[in-house]
Design a protein around this ligand. Structure first.
Ligand SMILES: Cc1cc2nc3c(=O)[nH]c(=O)nc-3n(C[C@H](O)[C@H](O)[C@H](O)COP(=O)(O)OP(=O)(O)OC[C@H]3O[C@@H](n4cnc5c(N)ncnc54)[C@H](O)[C@@H]3O)c2cc1C
Ligand code: SF4
Length: 344
């Protein structure tokens, strides 16, 4: 059994109290939501906060509000509560699909949307026990000074592995950040940086309070995820797609790639190629090529990186076919079984 290191524990009841505790010593404090990522990382000494501020008892952070023209999800809403919300499943189907594919039912019962958005980046050389990491003299993400994935790289290339972030970017979501200095609302896209260590633009004294999704129901959306085990696993490539249609014609779209960089990547080119078009096979193929171009998987997670990159083209194709209205149930099953490696 691996023991947790010693730490102080606080369970504030209000966000003002939580923000004050965080502001007191931001460098030594970590926020704890469901704890499904923080706790194992503390055990493996990947993270070693002196103090944990738990958010689960903070009033108002666990609610899902369907308002006119907006869906607001509190940071501590569990992924299970998203999955069981029938209105959410209908109005932002892609987010429902993404949440439903995170980990296992037990972990979704504990894991929150805020924790999923702020999830640490992952890497084969980092997600290991302390003894394993010590045997390679650690790496620059924790306790070392070199990147074992690319030894000349000046930055860490660990992979953004959150399922809901790409989908929320595709849905044009915003996040509200609260601190003792006040609050600010930013585009979810601006929350992320392409750096495996400093992967968030959130200041260390800020709490992610909620996620706001504009115009739910106005966008058709879906999420496609590649992982080794169909039952549960982190994504090693994913595509979140959202389109606003006028009849069958695309008015606006967002294609966002997950798990192929240290942040979710927005394919501007795919969106440009789709604008004003019908979702024909040719248009879909061109958009999938556009998405493929920006995918930069590294050799630091499951599967071979060239194959992961190729799968981005395939996943984008399937996603757009799904948004066009094709029956993709068989394709989804085959992806889960890993027996589909090229677009037919
Ligand atoms: C076996 C296993 C499989 C998994 N599979 C997946 C998967 O397929 N897909 C996936 O996306 N994840 C997966 N996870 C990771 C994790 O379970 C989920 O990402 C979960 O949603 C994390 O939420 P949490 O509330 O438990 O976060 P926590 O562990 O509590 O926190 C995670 C991070 O977010 C920060 N944080 C939490 N809440 C806030 C907030 N409100 N404001 C600012 N910072 C905050 C914490 O300080 C910490 O850095 C898996 C985990 C395990 C153990
Ligand atoms: S990408 Fe490099 S620095 Fe980052 S965790 Fe992996 S080995 Fe370490």
């Amino acid at each position: 059994m691996i023991r947790l290191p010693r730490f102080d524990f606080h369970a504030p009841r209000t966000i003002t109290e939580a923000a004050a505790l965080l502001a007191d010593a931001p460098a030594e404090t970590m926020l704890l939501a469901g704890g499904t990522d923080v706790v194992p990382k503390m055990k493996r000494r990947q993270q070693g906060p002196r103090r944990l501020v738990a958010l689960r008892q903070v009033a108002g952070l666990g609610t899902i509000l369907h308002r006119d023209g907006e869906l607001v999800i509190g940071a501590c809403a569990t992924l299970s509560s998203l999955v069981h919300d029938a209105r959410l499943r209908e109005s932002v189907h892609g987010l429902w699909q993404a949440a439903a594919q995170v980990a296992t039912p037990h972990l979704r019962n504990m894991g929150t949307i805020g924790g999923n958005l702020c999830l640490d980046t992952r890497c084969t050389y980092y997600d290991q026990s302390q003894e394993w990491r010590k045997s390679i003299n650690f790496c620059m993400k924790k306790d070392g000074d070199i990147c074992w994935v690319a030894t000349s790289s000046p930055r860490c290339l660990a992979v953004s592995s959150t399922d809901t972030a790409p989908m929320l970017l595709a849905l044009g979501a915003r996040v509200r950040l609260v601190s003792t200095q006040g609050e600010r609302v930013i585009a979810a896209s601006d929350l992320y940086r392409n750096d495996g260590i400093e992967y968030l633009s959130r200041r260390t004294d800020e709490i992610l309070a909620d996620v706001q999704i504009p115009e739910p129901g106005q966008w058709r959306s879906c999420y496609w995820k590649l992982r080794r085990r169909g039952s549960f696993d982190f994504p090693v490539a994913s595509v979140a797609a959202a389109v606003r249609l006028d009849g069958d014609r695309v008015v606006e779209s967002r294609i966002v790639l997950g798990a192929v960089a240290s942040r979710p990547l927005v394919s501007e080119k795919a969106a440009r190629l789709l604008a004003g078009q019908l979702l024909t096979d040719d248009v879909i193929a061109a958009a999938a090529d556009g998405a493929y171009e920006i995918a930069k998987p590294m050799d630091n997670t499951d599967f071979e990186l060239i194959w992961r990159k190729r799968m981005v083209r395939a996943l984008t194709t399937y996603a757009l076919r799904e948004l066009r209205g094709d029956d993709v149930r068989e394709l989804r099953l085959r992806i889960a079984r890993q027996d589909l490696i090229a677009v037919s």
